[in-house]
Write a protein that binds this ligand. Sequence first.
Ligand SMILES: [Zn+2]
Length: 389
Amino acid sequence: MMIRIASMVLFCCLLATQAAPVLANKIEINYTPLMVSNMQPPIAVEAVDGKSYLAYELRLTNGGGFEVKLKSLEVLDAEKKAIKTFSGNDLLQIVTVARKNTTDFKPGDTGFCWITFAQDNNALAKEISHRLTYEIQGTDKADAPILNPETIIETDKVKVDQNELVIGPPLSGKGWVAIGGIGTDTGHRRALLSLNNKLCLSQRFANDWIKLDENNRTSNGDRKECKSYPCYEQRIISVADGDVVDVVDVFENQIPDKPGRIKIADAGGNYAIVKIGENKYAFYAHMKKGSVKVKIGDTVSRGQEIGLVGNAGNSSGPHLHFHVCDHPSPLFANGVPFVIDQFNVEGKYKSEEEFFKADEQGKAQVIVDQLKGKHEKQMPLAGVIVDFP
Ligand SMILES: [Zn+2]
């Protein structure tokens, strides 16, 4: 015992008399239990309100042994200036664990940040990174290592591309309501699926197009009959020149409001996928059985008929589900934005909740005077009522 104490004294003396060697490029160690990864790089797109939007996701996993509470999320530009900050209730609305909104991550929890925001048009970000501030809980316990409760991390920079995809309309005529898409966090926007061991969000920018009649109703008559819906059997047209890469035309219509159980692979019902560019595929879903006019290998032109609106697949009422994604698959793909070259906006629904309430009751929709007029090269926002040429 005496010898060990003596040698320790000697060691301390050596430290005191010699400069400690310093490792070049020494790596600083910080305990960061909440690990953040970018998923798909964002692509900025101009929406119908004239603003440029980014819509993308971050994945968060608590890989540590302590519960953590996320306090804020800042989106930073190339100069590390915050261009958008989420905190308090704003933050709670965009963070989920197991599909429930929360900013608390228990050890082992994985969650997602569903980020959508409009940028300042005078300062569009060319690259972004993120600064996350969180609190590690339980660091005051006697058996815990000494940790900073508040932790700040920054993610790697990712490049932001600007949307270059300009398409034509998928339908023609008046009174088409855009359900889903940018401007709502329900439905498509968060339809993230784990498929073939990959996380896929093909519906990120998808719209369900539903037609209003001359009295602004989505149905007129028996709601169990597809023919009571003004959009039923409307012509679906190709949004661009392209090559047909997949077609399904075998499913009967679902009974509106009472869809039966289906396999996830059959969610699109009768559909067509058309390659319209490099890693750009237009997807038209839920068509009426027997109406599909194209087959695999066909070349189609913009405006050419693809099929008729139906109610097949994962559909609770006749509508066209339309999106553009990066793979020739309905769901095993990631959704990419687009703008439509020309359309007219009649107004906007009052709210998504009120739209579906009036829809269920077959009542006239209340249309608010917003964003009215001609629009060029913009993406529809959720809730706009569009007249296509
Ligand atoms: Zn849909």
